[in-house]
Design a protein around this ligand. Sequence first.
Ligand code: URP
Ligand code: ZN
Ligand code: ZN
Length: 458
Amino acid sequence: MDLVVKNGRVITATDDYVADIGIQGGKIAAIGKDLSGKNVMDASGMLVFPGGVDVHTHLDMPFMGMVSADDFRTGTIAAASGGTTCLVDFAIQGKGQSLAEALATWKKKAEGKAVIDYGFHIAITDLPDTVLAEIPKVVEEGVTSFKLFMAYKGSLMVDDGTFFKTLVKAKECGALVSFHAENGEVLDVLIKKFLAEGKGDPIHHALSRPPKAEGEATGRGFALAEMANAPIYVVHLSCSEALDKVKMFRDRGLPVYAETCPQYLMLDIERYNEPNFGGAKYVMSPPLREKWNQDVLWDGLRNGYLQTVATDHCPFNFKGQKDKGKGDFSKIPNGAPSLETRMSLLFTEGVVKGRISINRFVEVFSTNPAKLFGLFPEKGTIAVGSDADLVIFDPKKEVTITQSLLHQNVDYTAFEGFRVKGYPVKTIVGGQLVIDNGKFVGKEGAGRYIKRKKFVGL
Ligand code: URP
Ligand code: ZN
Ligand code: ZN
């Protein structure tokens, strides 16, 4: 063996046992007792998890006249530091652009920089017949999921016809469609109304995007998928109104899937009232909701209506980016950093506080995202033949989340001051140590583009 991780408590979505893990050629080659190898890593007293899979990130993304602050080097170092070993980012198709161009642009952003493995969804914003015809080709190149926006009128938003056509074609090709669910037409009216009334502060970002607008769009997306006889995945679900739609469709046995994010589980609408324009740090879409929604989302995670926790990591600096929207919330770039803190926060708030089991934690953090997005069983589990993507996690390590601790290239964390119990101490990607006690020891560009497999469901 090239490396043996010894005596760790191995946790997957279904198992929990103490064993040695033998790694050869970047893969898990054996799991057992008394394994020996050229290199040995002692994991006694530690938990050993499959590396996290984050299927919702926006690295180096041009958006609202700015570019998100993490590129594929800083973003993937941050990911690895936080226990994520594979991410799926969004290649955004510009208006008039082909899907091939969008994919090539994003591959170029990542190549030579990423330190963990990565794939791409393509966000379709413009669908002439030539682009529709490209869908099968990019699926063969490993882009087996697409994203559609029901919001951001005038930039990313698509109409229901585009939505439906994409669903039909994606289904034919074995791909999954995901979507941003907010009624963009209603939001546009509300945004203009508040600004005309001189209400430009960050709280009006949230008030212009009511939960009902998310609930309506969630139900509409699901209804379109039902008409197209296609599976569908709603991203960054934030509120009870939207979860009700998930329940309604899943209870009818339809293949609808839903993701939430740490920010919706742990932060609430009061954040927008932070003084000195501090509320801008939380301007994201959908916005943070009233606190009671958090219990509803935890219930959804526990009982299976929500299948994944991703981050929607879309970092913009407070100084120089967020502050461009002083006096006009519609100019605050939407998005917040979350990639590096997903594991420790979800473990603490979920497992330590008794809201979800440790196996369920692995399922929503790693296994389900890998399964839904064509990465399983190479990613998302610890099994012979899987990629040796592992996180050695110290369940006793207590940390106060603060900006200076983190590797992400942005001047704040939305989770400043959160106390966590349990922290990733070593991250291994493809058998190589990438993070050692907070220090990046990997190689820039070692992350591989993963051609993802076609959709099979959970
Ligand atoms: O505010 C957000 N979520 N920004 C990123 C783009 C998106 O909507 O996912
Ligand atoms: Zn979105
Ligand atoms: Zn997003």
